[in-house]
Design a protein around this ligand. Structure first.
Ligand code: BGC
Ligand code: CA
Length: 401
């Protein structure tokens, strides 16, 4: 008799504390390990080989990656440059008239798949690809310049790591550009950068050779304005609105209880139950559980279409039940994430009724992000952008209990 009363009391205590810890609306307790986890922008992968970390991606059946078609984007960037050269006047582009198109390259983050894909896309398009995305590994290439075939040489390339260890560092690009302009002078016929932050950094160099064509990537607002002003030649849009919405939409779908294909189609390739659908193309790659937005080249002919403030009209205010999500950003100083991605997230999250808590790191120490990845019981889902692409496990370990 006594025993069973104790048992009943114990059960009651356990139940109350479980409910207090994280009861959902339906009253069921969801363990953190069973909640949705969406990695975005920095794909869990090996920094050296680029191989996608499927152990992390298979953490639970609600784990996904949202990014963009990196390989396709590299090709778009390469094509943008090739098209520019094809319609250029050789006498103008070849500044020192040596019959060679010389270029310098800002790589960004040698351990990041997006960076690798762009380096490869550029080098393949210009024939300088020598089988490696490492700085300095390039061969002599060739390109059609206004109807004439000319040699192409990669004069130098750098990762662009800041003095503090941060990657994709715009200040490092300013310094490197200053050095290149002094050392290489009019051998430099083009400047190519794997992101807009570094391209804008190059343009900041006081001795930037005025008028030398320069290409970036991301279609950040300042880069688009620079195209309009004629200082930046071209960039690539990785369709940040589609990515930011897809990150939130997958979480929404999972929290709404969708399963199977619906998780990656509702609101993405077909309207969801609220009538929302992302307007741009976002493809699903089942092998890597990745949703990837498509890229488009941007230059003087179409830059006005990419001016800031254009949001996806396909996403409207819903009456979906409110959910809480914590989202990490690897580096509060990253130009693309802070000037493009976060504003897009902040625009779409309220429409999807997602209460978003954004925590930001310093771009060099994983702990700067991990230490802010806390109070995990009080969130319904997690969105993760790691400092290092092979740190996914460290975040997941915190969801184990
Ligand atoms: C962007 C870069 C950015 C990086 C951050 C890339 O996709 O193009 O500008 O620095 O993501 O992870
Ligand atoms: Ca030349």
């Amino acid at each position: 008799m006594r025993k069973s009363i104790v048992a009943i009391l114990l059960m009651a205590m356990i139940c109350t504390s479980l409910f207090a810890a994280g009861a959902g609306e339906a009253g069921a307790v969801v363990m953190n390990a069973e909640k949705p986890v969406v990695f975005f922008n920095r794909q869990p992968s090996d920094p050296v080989t680029g191989e996608i970390d499927m152990e992390v991606m298979n953490w639970n059946d609600k784990t996904y990656y949202v990014g963009f078609d990196a390989a396709g984007g590299g090709a778009v960037q390469g094509q943008l440059i090739v098209d520019f050269l094809a319609s250029a006047d050789p006498a103008v582009v070849d500044r020192n008239g040596d019959g060679i198109i010389g270029y310098v390259l800002c790589i960004g983050d040698v351990g990041h798949n997006d960076s690798k894909a762009r380096t490869q896309g550029i080098r393949e398009a210009l024939g300088t690809w020598a089988g490696s995305t490492d700085p300095g590994v390039a061969q002599e290439g060739s390109a059609n310049v206004g109807g004439t075939t000319m040699k192409v040489v990669e004069l130098d390339s750098r990762a662009m790591t800041g003095t503090d260890g941060t990657t994709w560092n715009a200040n490092a690009a300013t310094d490197a550009m200053g050095g290149w302009a002094t050392r290489l002078g009019d051998q430099i016929d083009m400047v190519i950068s794997n992101n807009d932050g570094m391209a804008m950094g190059c343009l900041q160099a006081s001795n930037y050779p005025a008028g030398v064509p320069i290409f970036g990537y991301d279609a950040n607002a300042d880069a688009i304005e620079a195209i309009g002003a004629g200082t930046l030649t071209g960039t690539v849009s990785q369709n940040v609105d589609a990515q930011a919405t897809a990150t939130l939409q997958v979480i929404r779908n999972l929290l709404d209880g969708l399963t199977g294909d619906a998780v990656v189609t509702a609101g993405i390739t077909e309207p969801d139950q609220y009538g929302n659908k992302i307007s741009a193309a976002v493809d699903y790659v089942p092998e890597t559980k990745a949703l990837l937005a498509q890229n488009t080249g941007v230059n003087a002919s179409n830059w006005t279409e990419y001016q800031a403030g254009a949001r996806d009209a396909g996403i409207k205010q819903t009456e979906a039940p409110e959910k809480r999500v914590i989202l990490t950003i690897y580096n509060s100083g990253d130009n693309f994430l802070s000037s493009s991605y976060i504003p897009a997230l902040q625009y779409y999250a309220p429409l999807l009724n997602i209460d978003l808590t954004i925590v930001q790191g310093d771009g060099q120490n994983e702990s700067s992000c991990l230490d802010r990845f806390m109070n995990l019981n009080s969130y319904d889902a997690y969105a993760i952008n790691m400092v290092r692409t092979n740190s996914g496990r460290d975040y997941l370990d915190r969801l184990q209990y």
